[in-house]
Every structure is written in C-alpha cells, then in structure tokens.
Design a protein around this ligand. Structure first.
Ligand code: KIV
Length: 273
C-alpha cells in the first residue's frame, strides 16, 4: 500500500496535479535533460519532470538561460520523453520563442509537442504574454506559468536576488498569477520570492503553485536535479537542499579509474576476452 494518494497512477496528468492540489498532496517536480536521468526520476515516481531551459547552464555551461535554442530544447525533451512512462513532462519554451508574437509562440509550442512528444510547455511572465498563452491553449497545449525570478529576464532584473520584496511588485505578482489562472494555465511556478508572498499567491488561485525558493505553502516544489544531487558545486542559494554530493563521488571514482589504468590494474584477467 503506497503512502501517497497518487503514487499508483500509471500517468500523471494535469488533472491529477489539480486533484493533488485540492486534496493537499504536495507535487514533487525535478528537472531532467537526458534519457538516463529521466528514466531514474520516473522509476522513483517523481510527479513532474521539467525539461528546463536551465539546461543552458547545467548542460551547456552558459551563464544565463538566454542562448538555448528551440532545437536544443526539442533534443533534450525528446530524450526525456523516450525514458518516461509515468511523470508529466513539461518543456520550457526558450527565450525569444514566445514573447510578443503569439503566432510564433504557437509555432514554437507545436514544434515542441510534435517533435518531442512532451505533455505541456512552460512560459515565463504574466499579463505581458497572455496573447501567446491564449493562442497555445487554443491548440490544446497545456501551459504552465512561471512568475517571480524569471531567469529569461535577467538582463532586465540585473540580479538573481529574491523578487517581489516590495509590496508594489508583490501585488503585480498576485495579479499576474490570477491572470495566468484566468487564461487557463494549469499550474504556476513561483521562483525565489518571500514565503509569505508565495502563500498569498497560493491562496489567491485555485490552480497548483510549484515553488523554488518560495517556502513550504506552495502546492509543490521543484529543484534543478544537478543542484540537489550536488553535481553543480558553485551554486549554493539558501533554498537549495543538497541530497547528495555526487561531484565528490564522481571525482573520487574517476581518480580511482585513472590510477587503475596507470597501474595496469584495469582491465584485469576477468575483464578481458
Ligand atoms: O529552467 C528551469 O530549470 C526552471 C526551474 C528552475 C523552475 O525553470
């Protein structure tokens, strides 16, 4: 007998996420960008896999998420989709593929869905992007919103510091969340905002909110897989809980392998033909 209400569902859908939110079961989401990682996350029964544009940072080594392309995201998303049977797979629409041009936004979202086989897309922004959201939803593509620290706008913010600490920005954020709900987003990511504000937002909308650096009152949590597993080393914000220190384990294992090769200890008699 499973401890969680929805552990045994064969496929997590947007409806299941809404039911989890309504019944008080928290939603667990992690990023993945490749087949092998996605397979492990799905076996562990993660609810949602986000093919985040954070791939630009952790996969490609860019300092921002802006350079990643639609083709790059489709490559990562299709690798993930091939591994997953249970989790809902959501794909970030990359910078420049949906802002300000709803026709292009629809074209980008259709490419993601058709070429990767994912379940939904995610877009950063509030009232400014509702034309694109409307158009994408008209084509039957579910949309996840993303408010607070929206890394695609880093050049406007100028900093990765906590957002909406002032009441004016907090009120705009609550209003944007309501707009996203009214326009049909099935869930909203809240990134790096005060916990009290995330609670107010969560109480102001009836769709699930998924927090990262937004406290515990949201309907679910998301982390970047490479950060929570301790593969990335430099990035250490307060909200990040590390569940492993894989970087150390990998470096130790690789050093061991190097010594074995140099000492002609690998391969041994049993490891050859
Ligand atoms: O790209 C990403 O990984 C994200 C999460 C941090 C929410 O958008």
């Amino acid at each position: 007998m499973s401890a969680y209400l929805y552990s045994d569902v064969n496929k997590v859908t947007t409806n299941i996420l809404q039911r989890m939110r309504n019944e008080g079961e928290k939603i667990a989401m992690l990023t993945a960008y490749d087949y092998s990682t996605a397979k492990l996350l799905d076996m562990a029964k993660i609810d949602v896999i986000l093919v985040g544009d954070s791939a630009a940072n952790v996969m490609a080594g860019y300092t921002t998420t802006l350079p990643i392309t639609l083709d790059n995201m489709i490559y990562h998303a299709s690798s993930v989709v091939r591994a997953v049977t249970r989790a809902l797979v959501v794909v970030d629409m990359p910078f420049g593929t949906y802002q300000g041009n709803s026709k292009e936004a629809l074209h980008s979202a259709i490419r993601i869905m058709k070429e990767s086989g994912a379940d939904a897309v995610k877009m950063e922004g509030g009232v400014e992007i509702t034309d694109s959201i409307d158009r994408i939803l008209t084509a039957g593509i579910p949309v996840m919103g993303h408010l607070g620290l929206t890394p695609q706008s880093i050049n406007k913010f100028g900093t990765y510091a906590v957002r909406a600490t002032e009441e004016k920005e907090a009120e705009k954020l609550i209003s944007d969340a309501k707009v996203l709900e009214e326009h049909g987003c099935f869930a909203i990511v809240l990134e790096k905002i005060p916990a009290d504000l995330a609670k107010r937002v969560t109480e102001s909308v009836s769709v699930p909110t998924i927090g990262i650096g937004a406290g515990s009152a949201t309907s679910g949590q998301v982390l970047v897989f490479h950060d929570m597993m301790g593969i990335t080393q430099q990035f250490s914000p307060r909200f990040l809980r590390r569940y492993h220190s894989l970087s150390e384990e990998i470096i130790n294992a690789v050093s061991h392998y190097i010594s074995d090769v140099k000492a002609v200890d690998f391969p041994n008699e049993k490891e050859q033909y």
